[in-house]
Design a protein around this ligand. Structure first.
Ligand code: ATP
Length: 298
């Protein structure tokens, strides 16, 4: 990877006698969207805190571009959206964002930004009267304000309705398209499956996976599910010929590993008109996550 906006190298973080991050390396390129997954306590928030320079490393190093975490340059070029973002309840959305812009020394189109995150009608209302989703949108406006090189989003869609989630990912896509490196810590597997370029999984502070969904699938060798529909009362014959399992009157299911998939498809296709339909379901991120996050997997 040539253009690494965020470089994490051999990071170790001990808390007392516990190692909460163990030799973690991760790179996020400009314009890339990487999901950071892991069970509760896996170390995701700790990793984000180390990137922000909020907690010192025991070993290893992190760079935002060429800058060290916590340095003036890193702070200027890194944006962070915490899971439960909080603002001053007495300010309006517009006042809060204007305040951030002033603190950043920026001339920003505050109403334009608030419009972009869907807060046009609410920008002059007090934040104390905002819903969680509206506060989250305001947080995203704050992220956009800085035009950051690196954006760290911690559970950005938690508590949002489906439409707000889609809106939020549309804005994240826009950030990435403008060159921001985006790291999203999340438990929402179905969302990140569709919305990120790469998946990194932490287990007990150790990175156990870091690749595209497609490559992780291939490496894990998890089976693809073929569901075959048979004509008439041929399901038994199809089950016997393919070694599959009858799942109802007309369908047979076969699980095949990546190396057996094409062979199985050819055999099924050769059965001619006995087969009326084939549905193919590749392993989902949920299956991969279970595979990589489980004890003993690597
Ligand atoms: N301030 C702290 N002091 C001591 N230990 C901590 C502190 N913060 C986190 N830990 C420990 O570090 C480990 C990693 O926690 P972390 O919050 O990074 O996990 P996480 O992956 O973000 O979890 P979650 O999905 O629940 O937010 C846990 O064992 C946790 O107990």
């Amino acid at each position: 990877m040539t253009d690494s906006a965020l470089t994490i190298e051999h990071v170790r973080k001990d808390r007392g006698k516990t190692t909460v991050l163990d030799d973690v390396s991760l790179r996020v390129a400009s314009g890339e969207r990487v999901a950071l997954l892991g069970h509760n306590g896996a170390g995701k928030s700790t990793l984000i805190k180390t990137i922000l320079g909020l907690t010192p490393l025991t070993d290893g190093q992190i760079r935002i571009g060429d800058a060290k975490p916590g340095s003036a340059v890193a702070r200027r070029t890194t944006a962070y959206l915490p899971e439960a973002v909080s603002f001053h309840p007495a300010l309006t959305g517009r006042e809060q964002l204007q305040l951030f812009a002033r603190l950043d020394g920026q001339k920003a189109d505050v109403p334009g930004l608030l419009d972009r995150v869907g807060l046009r009608d609410a920008m002059d209302r007090r934040i104390g009267a905002y819903s969680k989703g509206m506060r989250q949108r305001l947080g995203l406006a704050q992220v956009l304000l800085g035009n950051p090189k690196v954006a760290l989003l911690d559970e950005p869609t938690s508590g949002l309705d489906p439409i707000s989630r889609q809106d939020l990912y549309a804005i994240i896509d826009e950030l990435a398209a403008n060159g921001t490196a985006v790291l999203i810590a999340s438990h929402a597997l179905t969302e990140v499956e569709a919305q990120t370029d790469r998946i990194a999984i932490l287990r007990k502070g150790v990175k156990v996976a870091d690749d595209t969904l497609q490559n992780l699938s291939a490496q894990a060798g998890l089976p693809t599910r073929l569901r075959i529909r048979a004509s008439g009362d041929n399901a038994d014959q199809v089950a016997e010929a393919t070694g599959g399992t009858r799942i109802n009157g007309v369908a047979v299911e076969i699980l095949c590993t990546p190396d057996r998939k094409m062979d199985a498809l050819r055999r099924v296709a050769a059965m001619g008109e006995v087969i009326t339909d084939i549905e193919m379901t590749p392993p989902r991120l949920e299956d991969l996550y279970r595979h990589y996050a489980r004890e003993g997997a690597q």
